[in-house]
Design a protein around this ligand. Structure first.
Ligand SMILES: Cc1cc2nc3c(=O)[nH]c(=O)nc-3n(C[C@H](O)[C@H](O)[C@H](O)COP(=O)(O)OP(=O)(O)OC[C@H]3O[C@@H](n4cnc5c(N)ncnc54)[C@H](O)[C@@H]3O)c2cc1C
Length: 400
């Protein structure tokens, strides 16, 4: 039986960041257990790769703190480790009066959170930055950046191994059991014992937590986000990042344009209920996962809200009908045509849903005497990963 002081389940940006901070500050024997044979296979390697500098989040919230600090620390980390990171800035565009009023709220949040911004009050001012975008006003945040998210995760993986962390790839944790002085983790390979457990299993975090009676009032509901790539001859339609004004009632930011650090322009993601936690194609489904979603009270409470039905129908249409996706993209950049968009990758968000039918919008972790279960490492979880992992590592240190 192999024994470690700390076992971290999940080698995404969150689990690896916890490992990095423990390895830097302690002599603890730390292991990361990752079910895949390659890193960055799920959320951390299948996102927009945007550093959100913090204007989207209420002042003094954890999201605001982690995002502003995370943006700064990630840029330093990328510079130090040669990870592609382009500080292109973002334009959040309002296309009507109600959206313009919401931009004012974002500006107040930017001010309070110490995030740099400028307000653009006309189409002409918007087009000085993005000649093909349309809107009546925009908030520009120059600190937003585009990062190669997969390179970031691989770099973290190499770094933690250099610092003495054992990285078990191809080790799916299939069972978690309390032993009285720690945990026994049954895996698809050998069993592993640990004094302290960190559950950073993303899309499967709730399943593992439920096995030890934690977080039973929540369930992860998978929401797929699909991307299209703008053909290279039309990539000039977006110079930086162009976002719609976010709807405060929804946890997702809406279809947006991102110029990636490799110069490709992607559009997306939508947010459609996935028929499986890893159902990356809209033809994929997993019967067990689907049954879990459909037998969860919280899911039926969520979709009892007529607004949610309307949103779900729109998003489903964008998934199965390319012309609907193109229509949503034209709201920000009318010149884009359906033929300019090529299907690209998809990511699946591990969105936590409470049994009351509430989509949990804030990061959520549950601590016990000898474990931390990260149940909702919700967006901007990539941006926040360094300070968030640092924080979880300090909670673990207190337990040992
Ligand atoms: C489409 C999309 C777009 C996004 N865009 C952005 C963005 O632009 N900016 C931003 O800041 N955030 C963004 N996010 C959010 C961000 O990607 C996530 O918050 C973050 O990646 C979460 O990291 P994680 O380590 O918790 O999860 P993951 O990356 O999913 O890592 C969890 C790991 O656990 C492993 N695992 C699961 N179960 C087990 C098991 N039983 N045993 C062993 N290993 C297991 C998985 O294989 C996986 O590698 C986006 C997310 C999505 C899906």
């Amino acid at each position: 039986m192999t024994t470690h002081d700390v076992a971290i389940v999940g080698g995404g940006c969150v689990g690896l960041s916890v490992a990095k901070h423990l390895a830097e500050r302690t002599d603890l024997d730390v292991a990361v257990l990752e079910k895949e044979y390659h890193l960055a296979e799920h959320q951390s390697g299948r996102n927009s790769g945007v550093l959100h500098p913090g204007f989207n989040y209420p002042p003094e919230s954890e999201k605001a703190r982690f995002a502003t600090e995370g943006t700064r620390r990630m840029k330093e980390y990328c510079a130090e480790h040669d990870i592609p990171c382009e500080e292109l800035g973002v334009l959040v565009v309002a296309t009507d009066d109600s959206e313009e009023a919401r931009l004012g709220e974002l500006a107040e949040q930017a001010e309070a959170n110490g995030v740099e911004y400028e307000m653009l009050d006309s189409q002409e001012e918007i087009q000085e930055y993005e000649p093909h975008a349309v809107g009546q006003a925009a908030l520009r945040a120059p600190e937003a950046a585009s990062v190669d998210s997969q390179q970031y995760v691989y770099t973290l993986g190499r770094e933690v191994q250099r610092k003495g962390v054992t990285l078990y790839l191809g080790h799916e944790v299939t069972g978690v059991r309390e032993t009285g002085d720690g945990y026994r983790l049954a895996t698809s390979n050998s069993d592993i014992d640990a004094d302290v457990l960190v559950n950073a299993a993303g899309l499967h975090a709730d399943t593992l937590a439920h096995q030890v009676g934690v977080g039973e009032e929540y369930q992860v509901v998978p929401f797929r986000g699909e991307y299209y790539e703008v053909t290279p001859d039309r990539a000039h339609l977006c110079q930086s990042m162009i976002y719609p004004t976010p709807d405060p009632d929804l946890p997702f930011l809406g279809v947006h344009y991102t110029r990636r650090s490799d110069g490709k322009v992607i559009v997306g993601p939508n947010a459609v209920l996935a028929f499986g936690r890893e159902a990356y194609e809209n033809t994929d489904f997993d019967l067990a996962d689907l049954k879990e979603t459909l037998t969860y009270d919280g899911f039926w409470k969520l979709i009892a809200d007529p607004m949610m039905i309307r949103v779900a129908w729109d998003e489903l249409n964008k998934s199965y009908r390319k012309e609907k996706f193109a229509e949503a993209s034209q709201k920000l950049v009318p010149e884009v045509r359906e033929r300019d968009l090529n299907k690209s990758y998809a990511g699946i968000r591990a969105q936590l849903l409470s049994e009351d039918g509430e989509l949990v919008k804030d990061p959520l972790f549950v601590e016990t005497d000898d474990a931390v279960h990260i149940l909702n490492a919700v967006s901007p979880g990539f941006t926040s990963s360094l300070p968030f992992g640092d924080h979880i590592a300090s909670l673990v240190e207190e337990k040992l």
